[in-house]
Structure formats: C-alpha cells, structure tokens
Design a protein around this ligand. Structure first.
Ligand SMILES: CC(C)(COP(=O)(O)OP(=O)(O)OC[C@H]1O[C@@H](n2cnc3c(N)ncnc32)[C@H](O)[C@@H]1OP(=O)(O)O)[C@@H](O)C(=O)NCCC(=O)NCCS
Length: 168
C-alpha cells in the first residue's frame, strides 16, 4: 500500500470511497460525498493534506484536512476520512491519520481538530477539545477533539471549519 498526495485524477475515486464508506441503507448519496466535492473546490483546500491510500493501482482510502480557525487563528479541520469497506480494520485508516499528523507537524500547524468517535481518535493522541478552551459551534461534547501539534500555547476561542462544513 502506498500513502501519497491526492492528484486531480484521483478525485472521482476519492468521492467513490467516501460514498461507499459512509453509505446508509436509504440508497441516497451520503452528505460526506458532497462535502468532499466542495472541499476539493474550496479556498480552504490544502494540497499536501489531501492524502490517498493506493493499493493494487486503486484508491482504497482518503483523508483530507482543510484550513479552519480557532479564535481567528489558523487550525486544521480533519475530515472526511474513509476507507473502502472491504479493507477496513487493516490499518489503512491509521496510516492515513499518521500521514496527516506528520505532514501537519512538518508544516508547523498548531492543531488538528475533528468531530469523531473518541474510541478511534484517542489512539492518535486526540483529546476532548472544549476542556482546552476550544469552543465548538454546536454542543458536540466528547466527539469534538483536538490534537495539539506543539508544546506552545493552544489557540483559544471559537472553532470554525472550512465553509463547506457549515452547509451540512
Ligand atoms: C473510520 C475508518 C476511516 C477507519 O479506517 P480503518 O482502516 O478501518 O482503521 P484501522 O484499520 O486503522 O483501525 C481499525 C480500528 O479502528 C476501530 N474503528 C474503526 N472505525 C471506528 C469508529 N467509527 N469508531 C470507533 N472505532 C473504530 C476498529 O474497531 C479497529 O479497532 P482495533 O484496532 O482496536 O481493532 C473506516 O472504518 C471508515 O471508513 N469508516 C466509515 C467512514 C467513517 O465512519 N469515517 C470516520 C467518521 S468520524
């Protein structure tokens, strides 16, 4: 498996992976698909932080982090992340998370923020964000998580995802 930066040519495959990974029984396109479509076109898109997992010549996983803010200071919002269902539970998601964290650290980013299941994200060092002075736009409770990337003071205040998240 190769972990590499997404290219324009990968985008249909990334959208497909997200669609099947988030599919529900209703047969409708999950909201995460259009979110990703809009993030690809957004001013908040950061090329190095859109990362694919490729296996056997096919995209089998994708993660994207985009420009977000905490109290007006730069942060990253991670998501969506998705792995092809038949390959879930084999470390692909972890490899994508590790690559995101490494790249964000090298880029001197302060924080990565996400909304997700603590049982999954705590293993990468994410902790509950609101107790560290980062305010969610809604009552997201323990699912609102942050990974501090340096020892310096954390940005404080209201968290805002990239615009496409706000129309979800
Ligand atoms: C979440 C996801 C990206 C993880 O990728 P993956 O390749 O399956 O993950 P890994 O193989 O690296 O890790 C598997 C571990 O994560 C756990 N896990 C996977 N999804 C989880 C979830 N939603 N909540 C809690 N734990 C989860 C598995 O139980 C497994 O635990 P173990 O290591 O203790 O056995 C993938 O399962 C997926 O695409 N899910 C559907 C889309 C989704 O829910 N995205 C995240 C929204 S927050």
């Amino acid at each position: 498996m190769e972990i590499r930066t997404e290219t324009d040519a990968d985008r249909p495959a990334c959208l497909k992976v997200v669609t099947v990974a988030f599919a529900k029984d209703d047969g409708l396109e999950p909201s995460e698909t259009n979110l990703l479509r809009e993030l690809f076109e957004s001013a908040a898109y950061m090329p190095d932080l859109s990362i694919v997992a490729e296996s056997g010549g096919a995209v089998v996983g994708h993660v994207i982090s985009t420009r977000a803010t905490i109290g007006g200071q730069p942060s990253l919002g991670l998501g969506p992340i998705a792995v092809t269902p038949r390959l879930q539970g084999q470390g692909v998601g972890s490899a994508l998370m590790q690559a995101s964290i490494e790249r964000a650290t090298v880029a001197d980013e302060s924080t990565i923020v996400l909304l997700g299941d603590p049982d999954y994200y705590e293993r990468f060092g994410f902790v509950r964000a609101d107790v560290l002075g980062i305010e969610p736009p809604e009552a997201w409770g323990r699912h609102f998580m942050v990974l501090p990337l340096s020892d310096g003071p954390l940005p404080q205040g209201s968290f805002a995802y990239a615009a496409p998240f706000r129309s979800l």
